[in-house]
Design a protein around this ligand. Structure first.
Ligand code: ATP
Length: 532
């Protein structure tokens, strides 16, 4: 799917991320490195919250899923068995002029006139370049600009002042053979393996080649038997993992959407093959339906995952679904649905949920020579389990959450002036900081002392941010931009100036900007109820 260009909203989000310390370019002081991003103080908290909440939902709150934490570098045979060594590649094309590399399926189709040249001859030296070349120009553009590009092409081949030969033109529609940035012809598509290669040990030989994992899923399959032996689980059950994955993407883009180092949250949920499921008896415990076939489990996981997104503020209105057509499916997949988010640059994949049959375990059985079979007590049958795989990208989700939370609102301050309020409306569950703590005045020791007590009361249970500098309105705005859902202000009434209000604070809601008074003793239960 081609990804439309970024837009103004996206630029604002990227700049807020840098300004407030959500996301920085990796190695920025050295000019950055394309496709790698670092999470700053707020981003690190946000990311941790997302991963922790996924982990809680997917395993800690369920009886039928256990966790795994495997290495990034694994035996290279794993990638032969999974098919990654031979097929994990994207078609790539290079610009013949600038050498810039594109993913062939991501070049935007263009209409226009193609100018063909059969070669260039240097007017001064007589040197000739035999190569043919062509340039695509939008209709109505001055042909001279096509010739200029062609002259640059021949100059790069040693023909400085090319007199162009054999010029011919042809109108074209929807061509993806030309660089959309300069009109230059691209190379023919060639497969490009996306795995990062390295060597294990001191000798850089072919025998020592290893890869940084391009997905977390394969470790789950490779450790299936070990986990099964210890986890006291019966099929259906799942193994989940969160961790780094690496892909040498040809064209990383759209901020953290497509990067070269990223994190995945994956579940492999092992189920009985349909014939064994049909022979099973329903155990009657919700969530452990041994009678379900793959279609029911697939639907179940799609629904679970959508509910999960809803529970962190991504409602069905901002999501979309793509059920892959038969011809799009990987050869082993029975069905795949992509959960998409409506990003400012287009509706794009957040997570894929695939019914993968028993392809992966069968492959590992074949390549390792170790049995991956499971004996089902209930139906007295032996089989290689089938699997449903919900696979989500952490960083893409972070970007979706940032895009979804970003709001600019016109508000009127205490003096009646209109201003723009930038606010990140994160769901309290995933917000990096849960509550800002503000003594009304910095120079009143009693207020400060009380505020620090409130901070200490809360900070064992959640991330708090203590801020005593600047006008209170400014402090609220700073927390609005950080996405902090609540603000607690300690004022003179807290200290008992109005006796009936002693030991109460104001609690400000980020989204409504409304304030209510609440007893300090009620704060912790109230806030815990919102963030868990
Ligand atoms: P795409 O078609 O966008 O390259 P994919 O279909 O190859 O993605 P999967 O292999 O299904 O992706 O990976 C599962 C999830 O991992 C994706 O839904 C996405 O959230 C995440 N992911 C994959 N590649 C990247 C990447 N380069 N950067 C960030 N996240 C990624």
């Amino acid at each position: 799917m081609s990804e439309p260009k970024s837009n103004e909203r996206m630029e604002k989000i990227v700049s807020l991320c840098k300004r407030r310390g959500f996301i920085f370019q990796s190695s920025e002081i050295y000019g950055g490195i394309n496709g790698f991003w670092d999470y700053g103080p707020l981003g690190a908290e946000l990311k941790r919250n997302v991963k922790d909440y996924w982990w809680r939902s997917m395993t800690q709150r369920r009886d039928d899923v256990v966790g795994l934490e495997a290495t990034i570098i694994m035996h290279p045979k794993i990638w032969e068995a999974s098919g990654h060594t031979s097929t994990f590649s994207d078609p790539m094309v290079d610009c013949l002029l600038t050498k810039k590399r594109f993913r062939a399926d991501q070049v935007d189709p263009q209409d226009g006139i193609i100018y063909f040249f059969t070669g260039g001859r240097d007017a001064a030296t007589g040197k000739e370049s035999p190569e043919s070349y062509s340039v695509l120009l939008a209709a109505g553009k001055n042909p001279e600009s096509a010739r200029k590009v062609a002259r640059q092409f021949y100059a790069a081949r040693g023909v400085e002042n090319a007199e162009l030969q054999g010029e011919r033109t042809e109108a074209v529609q929807g061509s993806t053979r030309y660089n959309p940035e300069n009109g230059s012809l691209l190379t023919e598509p060639r497969p490009f393996n996306l795995m990062f290669k390295t060597y294990v040990g001191p000798v850089e030989s072919e025998d020592n080649v290893a890869y940084l994992r391009p997905e977390t899923a394969q470790a789950i399959f490779a450790q299936f038997s070990n986990v099964l032996a210890v986890a006291r689980q019966k099929i259906p059950f799942g193994i989940c993992q969160i961790g780094k994955a690496f892909r040498n993407e040809i064209n990383p883009r759209n901020f953290i959407f497509r990067s070269r180092e990223f994190e995945q949250m994956e579940l492999e949920f092992f189920i009985k093959p349909d014939d064994a499921a049909a022979k099973s008896v329903n155990a009657g415990e919700p969530g452990t339906e041994p009678t379900w076939g793959w279609e029911q489990w697939h639907k179940y996981w799609v629904e679970e995952r959508v509910k999960w997104y809803e529970s962190i503020g991504l409602g069905r209105d901002v999501l979309d679904f793509h059920w892959q057509a038969k011809e799009e499916l990987a050869h082993y997949a029975r069905a795949t649905v992509d959960i998409l988010y409506k990003f400012p640059f287009g509706t794009q994949e957040l997570e894929g949920i695939a019914a993968r049959g028993n392809f992966d375990l069968s492959q590992h059985q074949k390549f390792s020579g170790k049995s991956m079979e499971y004996f089902d007590e209930e139906t007295k049958s032996r089989f290689i389990p089938h699997v449903i795989e919900p696979s989500a990208g952490v960083d893409r989700l972070i970007l979706a959450l940032l895009c979804n939370a970003f709001n600019e609102e016109e508000v009127t301050d205490e003096k009646g002036n209109k201003e723009t309020r930038v606010v990140l409306k994160f769901h309290p569950r995933i917000a990096p900081v849960k509550v800002g703590i503000f003594p009304l005045l910095k120079n009143k020791p009693e207020l400060v002392k009380k505020a620090l007590q409130v901070r200490d009361l809360l900070r064992d249970s959640m991330t708090v941010y203590y801020d005593d500098t600047g006008a209170i309105g400014r402090r609220y705005r700073r927390q609005d931009e950080a996405g902090t859902p609540y603000g607690v202000t300690i004022d003179f009434d807290t200290l008992g100036e109005t006796p009936s209000l002693a030991d109460t604070v104001t609690l400000r809601d980020r989204d409504t900007m409304k304030q209510e008074r609440m007893a300090i003793a009620d704060l912790l239960p109230f806030l815990l109820g919102k963030i868990r």
